[in-house]
Design a protein around this ligand. Structure first.
Ligand code: GLN
Length: 538
């Protein structure tokens, strides 16, 4: 196919309507019809990337293979499409301004006054078209973060207007995701906010081709007609997006509403006779018909906000479905966990995950939890900081190094079993400077990790500055802990295990970033199996 087609997804009326899920669901449907699709997200904030943002601000920071710290929506794209995203798939206003200002400093604008229009919009347009230039994709879906009408979204909306004009309406279209609120006092769904937000788009010269309407109640034909008439779209282009039981239902709901058909029709692309969603439906059937329920504890310090651990929660869903098991996750705040209540809080759980994190707050609770699971033989998965805390717990309570710690917590600690990586020592800037992205790991044959991966060579994604201090490896290994995954180039310890325990593993990397619906991550799959075994022997 010669011409790459572009779909822009904007949001109206309210934030948090789930543009990422709608974009990912549409992409899934198009992919199931053999189109090659990718999704990119443009975020209108000034941070160069979300890597420096606190999870309370913006939820989890997702990491790609090539080491980009990105918006969590990229996680949804990968989980739905089963293909990797990259640096180019997430762009922020900060990044756009940074490159325009760098070009200005290099004198590339030849003495011109540098302005939002055309320089910022040109940079946005260039980045919007970048993935399309490879010729690899038939369709590129671009999600514009924020809500139409926001001051900071304006350059993006103007860029969309220009691109639709330049590419022609057959090659570029706009889907507007909007909210149809229900007024319970009147017992009615209201269309006025949507009319206003479509009008706001039109004031910027952008016409919505499709309306996806988030709603808690079904939208009647009357309302569809009204929306079509007042928002200037075809009636079949008014798509209902009703609250779903799970985000993984959304592609099928969108298929039922004909979103893929109206999109292909607008872009003048052939509509294949069927979409291959058999595997997707297979996953949903298992997910919705569990044979048993188990209880997992997720111990972290950002548990108040579900989005902070998005990829971990989704990886657990994927692993639960494969095992035909409902996995109920209990979020446990590490800051409020101590030796007096750890037993009462953890005793009914079938498995424990200790989450990634940064800084001192809540680490004692994590260490207490790990001591409890070690002593009580509860299946344990430690991720990144969770793995580091497992090493500290073992060093303190088994090896007897009472002062064992990470230099992240106590810089001059006398027993630094976790310490800053050599190449990190002289880095001062915080943004984009951690050890990021996919790195190789060599797995020891005789290990739980090998049993899980069935491979000696794996690659996993990272996001950290500190590491297992090799100076302590021999001592710690003498006391029952084993380093079973090592980076072949640097010797860095990536996996630790406790062979005296039925299922105890800590990983320096983030397996959750690579779990998808069609490829659940083996670590989570085996962790759920171990928890199931624990549950069945109670
Ligand atoms: N704070 C730890 C480090 O930087 C762990 C990071 C993480 O859990 N992602 O090494």
């Amino acid at each position: 196919m010669s011409q790459t087609k572009y779909i822009f997804v904007t949001g109206g009326v309210s934030s948090s309507l789930g543009k990422g899920i709608i974009a990912a669901s549409l992409a899934k449907l198009l992919q199931a019809q053999k189109y090659s699709v990718t999704i990119q997200k443009f975020d209108p904030y000034l941070n160069v990337d979300p890597g420096t943002l606190n999870p309370y601000e913006h939820g989890e920071c997702f990491v790609t293979d090539d080491g980009a710290e990105t918006d969590l929506d990229l996680g949804h794209y990968e989980r739905f499409l089963n293909v990797s995203t990259s640096q180019a798939n997430n762009v922020t206003t900060g990044r756009v301004y940074q490159s325009v200002i760098e070009k200005e400093r290099r004198g590339e604008f030849l003495g011109k006054t540098v302005q939002v229009i055309p320089h910022i919009t040109n940079e946005i347009k260039h980045r919007m078209m970048l993935l399309g230039e490879s010729g690899e994709y038939d369709i590129i879906i671009t999600e514009i973060g924020g809500t139409v009408g926001d001051i900071e979204s304006l350059p993006y909306i103007e860029s969309v207007r220009q691109l639709v004009w330049e590419l022609g309406e057959e090659n570029a279209m706009v889907i507007h995701l909007t909210l149809i609120p229900f007024l319970s006092a009147a017992g009615e769904l209201k269309t006025k906010p949507t009319q206003h937000s479509v009008k706001t788009l039109m004031e910027s010269g952008v016409k919505a081709n499709v309306l996806v309407c988030r709603t808690e109640h079904p939208i009647s034909d009357d309302i569809r007609r009204k929306l079509a008439l007042f928002c200037n779209v075809k009636q079949e282009a008014v798509i209902e997006s009703i609250d779903a039981e799970t985000i993984y239902d959304v592609p099928l709901l969108m298929q039922k509403e004909g979103l893929d058909k109206v999109v292909l029709d607008t872009l003048k692309l052939p509509i294949p006779p069927s979409a291959d969603l058999a595997q997707w439906k297979g996953f949903l059937a298992k997910y919705k018909n569990p044979k048993q329920t188990i209880h997992i504890g997720l111990i972290g310090k950002y548990v108040e906000l579900q989005d902070s651990y998005k990829s971990i929660l989704e990886a657990i869903i994927h692993a639960g479905a494969v095992n035909e098991t409902k996995v109920k996750v209990h979020s446990i705040h590490s800051e409020y966990l101590d030796e007096n209540d750890v037993a009462s809080k953890l005793k009914n759980l079938d498995g424990i995950i200790v989450a990634p994190g940064f800084g001192e707050r809540g680490i004692q609770g994590k260490i207490e939890a790990i001591r409890y699971v070690r002593e009580n033989k509860i299946p344990f998965l430690g991720i990144c900081l969770g793995m580091q805390m497992a090493v500290i717990e073992h060093a303190r309570n088994v090896v007897g190094l009472k002062e064992a710690n990470s230099t992240e917590m106590v810089e001059d600690c006398p027993e630094p079993v976790i310490s800053i990586m050599e190449e990190q020592k002289h880095i001062e800037d915080k943004g984009g400077t951690m050890r990021l992205g996919a790195w190789k790991c060599q797995i020891a044959k005789d290990s739980l990790a090998y049993n899980v991966y069935q491979s000696e060579a794996i690659e996993e994604r990272h996001r950290h500055r500190y590491e297992f201090n090799d100076a302590y490896r021999a001592t710690i290994e003498k006391h029952g802990f084993k380093a079973t995954g090592i980076n072949p180039e640097t010797g860095l310890v990536e996996v630790v295990e406790n062979p005296d325990h039925p299922w105890f593993i800590g990983v320096q990397y983030h397996p959750e970033y690579k779990s998808t619906v069609l490829d659940p991550h083996p670590l989570f799959v085996h962790f759920v199996q171990a928890a199931l075994k624990n549950f069945n022997t109670k």
